[in-house]
Design a protein around this ligand. Structure first.
Ligand code: ADP
Length: 219
């Protein structure tokens, strides 16, 4: 073995260990054991109702498993404070959810100490200009609003981004801009878990792919 080479498996970003999620009688996630790579874009791909969102929501405790456990970089999520966890593991939703007020106001909801200079830098990471700061957030186009929501999530200082069908309400060019933004985030060291039912989008974006079928991860 060459010097410096090791046969150790790098620690997973998330480790799902026999995770089951039930909603009443319905089993949404069925004894899933899987590791999510610590880097790049991991796409959770599967048809509607297969359990993608539920699996994603387990990663920041919006959903709590009925049994099994989930580790974030080796630490059990069940032992973590949910608010602290959600600052580390940010989430962006299907529809943009800008709050009333300016874009700057929206970013300061996530970080009340954020300066205009830091806010301008943050907008740069989602390919928006600083002139956007004083725009009314609820009057932005869908694509702009979704990137502001992404920036607002990043303003919490999160290490990981969970993205739940975040381009599905956007037109093709806005979706492409959001995809480019996410690619850049992942390439700059922030892992992204991306839920989609769109096979073509998955091919474009995925560094790693988990196919979800009827609550299980397909081989
Ligand atoms: P996907 O994201 O792949 O469309 P979901 O994770 O949203 O799938 O849903 C998986 C299954 O769990 C579906 O049958 C859905 O109806 C059910 N489900 C999801 N969330 C809830 C909930 N809060 N209450 C009851 N059933 C739910």
């Amino acid at each position: 073995m060459a010097v410096g080479q090791t046969d150790e498996v790098p620690e997973a970003l998330f480790h799902f260990d026999e995770v089951t999620v039930r909603f009443g009688d319905r089993v949404a996630i069925d004894r899933v054991t899987v590791q999510v790579h610590d880097g790049g874009v991991t796409v959770l791909l599967g048809p509607s109702g297969s359990g993608k969102s539920t699996l994603l929501r387990c990663c920041n405790r919006l959903v709590v498993p009925s049994s099994g456990r989930i580790l974030l970089r080796g630490r059990d999520l069940a032992a973590m404070d949910p608010i602290g966890l959600r600052r580390r593991v940010g989430m962006v939703f299907q529809r943009p959810t800008p709050f009333p007020g300016t874009v700057f106001d929206n970013l300061r909801v996530a970080d009340p100490e954020l300066s205009r200079i830091a806010a301008t830098e943050l907008l740069g990471t989602v390919a928006l200009g600083g002139s956007m700061l004083d725009r009314e957030a609820t009057e932005l186009s869908g694509g702009e609003a979704q990137r502001v929501c992404l920036a607002r999530t990043l303003a919490t200082g999160c290490e990981v981004v969970l993205a739940d069908e975040i381009t599905s309400s956007l037109d093709a060019s806005a979706a492409a801009q959001v995809e480019r933004t996410v690619r850049s985030l992942a390439d700059h060291g922030r892992p992204v878990l991306w839920v989609t039912h769109d096979v073509v989008q998955a091919e474009r974006l995925a560094d790693h792919e988990l196919r979800i079928e009827e609550g299980r991860v397909a081989d």
